[in-house]
Design a protein around this ligand. Sequence first.
Ligand SMILES: Nc1ncnc2c1ncn2[C@@H]1O[C@H](COP(=O)(O)OP(=O)(O)OP(=O)(O)O)[C@@H](O)[C@H]1O
Ligand SMILES: O=P(O)(O)OC[C@H]1O[C@H](OP(=O)(O)OP(=O)(O)O)[C@H](O)[C@@H]1O
Length: 310
Amino acid sequence: MSPSATDSESLDGRLLFAIPKKGRLHDKCLELLAGSDIQFRRSHRLDVALVKNLPIALVFLPASDIPSFVGKGNVNLGITGHDVILEANMENEVAEVLRLGFGKCALQVQVPESSPFKSAEDLAGKRVVTSFEVLAGKHFGEIDSRLQLTGDAATKIEYVGGSVEAACALGLADGIVDLVGKYKSGDTMRAAGLHAIATILETEAVLIKHTVEKNAAFEPLIQTITSRIAGVVAAGKYVVCEYNIPREKVHDATAITPGRRAPTISPLEDDKWVAVSAMVEKKNMATIMDNLVKIGAEDILIFNLDNCRV
Ligand SMILES: Nc1ncnc2c1ncn2[C@@H]1O[C@H](COP(=O)(O)OP(=O)(O)OP(=O)(O)O)[C@@H](O)[C@H]1O
Ligand SMILES: O=P(O)(O)OC[C@H]1O[C@H](OP(=O)(O)OP(=O)(O)O)[C@H](O)[C@@H]1O
């Protein structure tokens, strides 16, 4: 009989890799796994999936539980938000191996547009609702102690599991602490008639590993997985830019497209011209092309990368 993911013996010798089972990070994690050629089939409703081509088992968990699973060594590796690591107080138990460039958002203090409170200090002593009671508690704890607000005068932090943005309209809170997406950011906040008055933390998804020796035997496999995932992340971040430029402009061209180490410069049949090839950050692509045109570059081409190791 072939091993099943529910058969705990089949997990022996496998590195356990925790993946968010739903929510904002889930789909991006599946893209990373596919790009890293980590092949698996997850049976309906099962939260453990054996990887077919590597000695790994994927464990699908809520993003907020992953820091403590990794921190306590129940799983070896995981992907989650930097914010939830701090919220779980696991920053000393897990090592952040790689930033993944998605799940970018900010944990912000928000109040109704019409609120008289203009800063987190104004809100101190009032009612604050959040899913991040540790981080919000630390933030307002510091303000309270600075403003000497103690006992009944201290800020009242109340936990809710979701839909935090509704708390002010429902009369439960004077302000909230919640995440605001970095791209197309603030839709939820604006729809709820709120605006941000302070930022507690900027965060993105990270690859994390257990810090203690429990991982020693898996270290070579962790290196392989990290290198593959880093390749997928870099391939999403960079494009290759190729163009022709008069030879006397090579110096200017190199300043515009320095590449990661140096641009590749190749001769053309016309010896007054050279071809240049360099990796550039996707987000700067349009400006770089504008600047190349200005110095006389021609035939500028941009190529997406499927994968890379840089
Ligand atoms: N709007 C957003 N834009 C980008 N990243 C986000 C956003 N909201 C949350 N994240 C990131 O995704 C992580 C998981 O958030 P998400 O709301 O998906 O949680 P979840 O595990 O689905 O929880 P829930 O049980 O509340 O649905 C957050 O900790 C944060 O790092
Ligand atoms: O700035 P935006 O892109 O609008 O995203 C922000 C919202 O996303 C998250 O909640 P999510 O939608 O995951 O659901 P939740 O309220 O159940 O946590 C977060 O808690 C905000 O409410």
